[in-house]
Design a protein around this ligand. Structure first.
Ligand SMILES: NC(=O)c1ccc[n+]([C@@H]2O[C@H](COP(=O)([O-])OP(=O)(O)OC[C@H]3O[C@@H](n4cnc5c(N)ncnc54)[C@H](OP(=O)(O)O)[C@@H]3O)[C@@H](O)[C@H]2O)c1
Length: 336
């Protein structure tokens, strides 16, 4: 059994981690933090977890680092970097925020609008996109878990970049559900504003853009990313518009994706459009495509709290701890 703690256990990423880890056969969840709920029982804040875990929230400052094997950080951007330098080297840290994803501190500051306070610590972090980085993750003790948009886009574009199928810029149009913004309501995330609505935000400058081009090893590639707020609770739907270097048939496109992800349980190829409803509450990423006259549209969908955050974080923990990669994650999506 590994002893696990969650900093930010009261947030949406944190409670999703709790939900997954409750069914993990090799994990003992011993510590969770919340600043505003410190001292309260988990079930007071999250009644849906009554009868599943008898634990109280602690303040972040009380983290019992020497008694834990793995610590998940599910804190807002900028908070993990304050904590990590004081934590023991032997502790496995999996950070869900963007703090340690970007290798170049200047690029980090350009997109996050504040400096990375511990650039030396950043060097120890491995980018946790499991399917692209499995062996490095297995050997790591520090994981920068990817962003939800970045996960959807990287898995959709990676085979095309690897095989040099792309000519010219790539246009990425992506939509997120409201849980992507966390559990503190703000003007643009409030239900009356979001329900039955659709709007764009952060044109060209979303903070997931540099982690996408960094992971593709094409830092200057013209990749135009537009994110949108969509009127559902969970899910990312990403469309990628590409001009092909050489025309391909639908069968050739299918063969490319099927062969790239043949060994990856959580990636599913399907002909045609995927659907956010068909990956909900699961760690799956569904990818589909259509092609005509040398152009290609690739769609990818995932659950932002699962493969986009907590699910992928647990997938990475499983690799690091030597557990079967799918442990606690190999459940089918919930539908309808
Ligand atoms: N939501 C997603 O779909 C998603 C996907 C991928 C990555 N992420 C990333 O995961 C991280 C957590 O996101 P989330 O959606 O779970 O956010 P959230 O719902 O807003 O939860 C934030 C958590 O951090 C705690 N917290 C807030 N400010 C703090 C501070 N100054 N010091 C210590 N603790 C503090 C909160 O505790 P209190 O109980 O005191 O408020 C809460 O437990 C973020 O970095 C986010 O970008 C989220």
């Amino acid at each position: 059994m590994v002893k696990v703690g969650i900093a930010g256990g009261s947030g949406y990423g944190g409670v999703e981690l709790i939900h997954i880890l409750l069914r993990h056969p090799h994990v003992e969840l011993t510590w969770i933090s919340s600043q505003q709920h410190a001292g309260k029982k988990l079930e007071e804040v999250y009644p849906h977890l009554r009868k599943f875990l008898d634990i109280r929230f602690s303040a972040l400052e009380e983290v019992p680092a020497s008694q834990l094997d793995v610590l998940f950080l599910a804190l807002p951007h900028g908070e993990a970097m304050k904590l990590v330098p004081g934590l023991p080297q032997k502790l496995v840290i999996i950070d869900l925020s963007g703090d340690f994803r970007i290798a170049d501190p200047r690029i980090f500051e350009e997109f996050y609008h504040f400096p990375l306070s511990c650039p030396q610590e950043q060097k120890a972090f491995v980018y946790g996109l499991t399917e692209l980085n499995r062996e490095k993750i297995r050997a790591a003790r520090r994981i920068a878990n990817p962003g939800c948009f970045a996960t959807a886009t990287l898995l959709a574009l990676y085979p095309l970049f690897q095989e040099n199928w792309i000519k010219g810029p790539v246009f990425v149009d992506t939509k997120t559900g409201s849980s992507g913004a966390g559990n503190s309501p703000r003007d643009a995330t409030h239900h009356p504003r979001r329900a039955n609505s659709l709007f764009a935000y952060k044109p060209f400058k979303h903070q997931h853009l540099p982690e996408i081009t960094q992971a593709l090893e094409r830092p200057d590639y013209p990749l135009i990313l537009q994110t949108h707020s969509a009127p559902f609770v969970r899910g990312i739907f990403a469309s990628h518009y590409v001009e092909l270097a050489k025309s391909a048939t639908a069968e050739e496109v299918a063969k490319l994706y099927e062969s790239y992800y043949a060994a990856d349980f959580f990636i599913r190829w399907l002909p045609g459009s995927p659907d956010v409803n068909l990956v909900r509450h699961s760690n799956f990423v569904d990818i589909g495509a259509a092609t005509q006259n040398g152009f290609l549209i690739v769609w990818s969908v995932l659950d932002n709290l699962q493969k986009g955050a907590a699910g992928q974080a647990v997938q990475n923990m499983n690799l690091i701890c030597g557990f079967r990669e799918e442990t606690a994650l190999d459940l089918p999506p919930v539908h309808p």
